[in-house]
Design a protein around this ligand. Structure first.
Ligand code: ZN
Length: 364
């Protein structure tokens, strides 16, 4: 048997907020907009929401202090503001960080929790959550996960509950037109990683596989043209692919690549998508051994001949080398092994397998 759950109502396309924003009216009279410091003001997303909220007579306030890989302190600060201002719903605008933060903020507006219960639950119903992606990568606009930096655990950790599926999502690719080349590459590779890992996950289902193959198709056709100026049509395909990949991981979770990548972000400062990209080729070497049919299908859709071909493509767009000491590897392995993502991986993951993948990062 399998279960398919995708409760988020998704509006996709240019000007979707202006066209369909009236759906926000059912959520209440006052909104908390959650953003990073700058990009929502530059790419037009905050203005598009402000115009629509004003037109609908919904009042709003902004919390614009979400940093990359948001901290517990930041989401607590925003939730205190939301409670004090008695907001009815929360809108996360941005890449993964503001959207993930918005989900946890909505949960903290209705739940008194210490830093342990925050990651385990139980939870009562959060305020309604709305997402507006402004990068094409995270898929957070359609998932039930909010990833935070957790200093108590010494890594990134996720709040994971169907209660934080967004109620509404407005995905307008025009907000991604101003995304820099580096972020475009990092986020596209993150989306690719979601589609691949979701396809390979032990929790993949016939329905999630349909979306995963479609996501690979839309992302795959543009992988060699992520640099320089991108047309709206390409930006639209990338956002469509990344949103589909988000629908996939909402069903399947992520796997070893994400489980290991969190350590590279937390301790080495690597961007999330870059950390995943560097780990992806050797992960696919494992998948070629354990899931050869599906691995073959991935190569067919992407037009690649195998994991070595993927490795040279990644080396071209992400020429990073990560040289880890033996003791760093030991501690990252210890942090990785208990992760849910490891259990989702279709391979017998031992500490030695994880260590060997970390060691291979140096030779890139
Ligand atoms: Zn990711």
């Amino acid at each position: 048997m399998f279960m398919y759950e995708m409760p988020t109502r998704l509006y996709f396309g240019k000007n979707c907020i202006a066209q369909s924003g009236a759906a926000l009216q059912q959520l209440g009279k006052k909104a908390l907009l959650v953003t990073g410091r700058h990009s929502a003001k530059i790419n037009g997303s905050q203005q598009a929401l402000a115009d629509t909220l004003d037109r609908l007579g919904i009042s709003w306030i902004v919390f614009d202090e979400v940093e990359n890989n948001p901290s517990i302190a930041t989401v607590r600060k925003a939730a205190a503001l939301g409670r004090e201002q008695q907001v009815d719903f929360v809108i996360g605008i941005g890449g993964g960080s503001p959207m993930d933060a918005a989900k946890v903020i909505a949960l903290l507006c209705t739940n008194e929790m210490d830093d342990v219960v925050l990651f385990t639950g139980p939870y009562s119903k959060p305020l309604p959550i709305v997402t507006v992606p402004t990068t094409s990568g995270t898929g957070s606009e359609v998932t039930k996960v909010g990833v935070l930096t957790n200093p108590h655990a010494g890594t990134k950790q996720s709040v994971n509950t169907p209660l934080i599926f967004p109620v509404l999502s407005f995905a307008d690719p025009s907000f991604t037109m101003s995304v820099s080349e580096t972020v475009t590459v990092d986020t596209a590779v993150d989306a690719l990683s979601h589609a691949v890992e979701g396809y390979m996950s032990r929790k993949s289902t016939p329905v999630s596989d349909v979306w995963a193959e479609e996501a690979l198709r839309f992302l795959g056709m543009h992988l060699t043209e992520l640099r320089g100026e991108l047309s709206y049509a390409v930006r639209e395909d990338l956002m469509y692919g990344s949103t589909l990949a988000g629908i996939v991981i909402a069903q399947t979770g992520t796997t070893l690549v994400h489980g290991m990548g969190y350590q590279l972000t937390y301790y080495k400062g690597l961007a999330h998508g870059r950390a995943n990209g560097l780990l992806l080729p050797r992960y696919m070497e494992l998948m070629e051994a354990s899931m050869s049919d599906k691995a073959e299908k991935v190569w067919e859709i992407l037009g690649l001949s195998g994991w070595r071909d993927l490795a040279s493509f990644i080396k071209d767009i992400m020429p990073d080398s990560v040289d880890l000491t033996a003791s760093e590897i030991d501690s990252y392995v210890a942090l990785t092994m208990p992760a849910r993502a490891v259990q989702n991986t279709s391979y017998d993951i031992t500490p030695e397998v994880v260590a060997s993948l970390y060691r291979h990062l140096k030779t890139k």
